[in-house]
Ligand binder design. Sequence first.
Ligand code: ZN
Length: 357
Amino acid sequence: MKSIKTKLKVNNYQKTILAKHAGVSRHAYNWGLTTSIKEYQLTKKRPSAITLHKRLVDEVKSENPWYYEVSKCAPQQALRDLDRAFKNFLTVPKHGFPNFKKKGKKDSFYLEGSIKILKGNYIQLPRIGVVKTYEILPSVPVKNVRISKRAGEWYISFKYDDDAQANPSRKKRELIGVDVGINTLATCSDGTKFANVKAYKQAKKRLTRYQRRVNKKEPGSFNRAKAIKKLAKTHKKVADIRADALHKLTTWLAKNHSTIVIEDLNVSGMLKNHKLASAIADCGFYEFKRQLIYKCEWYGSELIIADRFYPSSQICSNCGHQQKMPLHERTYNCADCGFTADRDFNAAVNLENYVWE
Ligand SMILES: [Zn+2]
């Protein structure tokens, strides 16, 4: 079994219905905890999850009509979670007594039933409808999911059987080398370039401006609150554009190539050199690599990470000669054979050739 956790792209309606589910889940959990404590004080016995659920339906649901707006799985699982928390408290050393859940802290709930993955990055959920995800999901049957909120964003997670995976895609090309760079997001050894998204650059500029505005406003003032809101909105926009660009790149690579060769970048070092002024630098080379690793698994392709000391930008991809290549040199001019190529493209071809080294 494998598991995946990924961010949801939700609209306002969906935000409300997700929050309602988390609210019911929390309410049921806390009600169950209070009821269990009272019951134990009276009878020295803790009610089972099933008993609690029967009482919840009889006593709580009718009094709180908002329970009917959400899937019945949410409160049901909350009581099972409570049962687990009690069992852990009793059997696992150092496990504390179950805590009451607080709103906005680890909000989550559980769903099961008719769940279906549609077109890769849409998932159909009972009571909630079709929700979009940022990442492509594996086309597998899903029995149940957990949805949780962290730092204002909703995430979905589930387990799936890896053998149920869809067939690997047909590949357009055997081998490709990828250079991630300054001016372009990525340059590939087949000549394909993924440009840095223009909208991304613009949004980044706005980010700096809005940050400056926040700093200038008086602390605690209405105008400052307004500026902060604007800044947060832009931050989100930057993150969204970046995520989109990266996902497009990694999906294209994994889907259409049997073997993909990338550099092993020491990102903190690169950032100091301002080498990676791109979306990859901003969200970390780690994220680029992480996406490639799991997408290669989905599409049945292989990822090769070149040795950290492989001088992909210094080698002539035509004759193998090696020369120093300072960062400002944007063109590779071979001192030996006279071959000329774009610096990033030359590096990408060398990465492709790496598998034969
Ligand atoms: Zn040469």
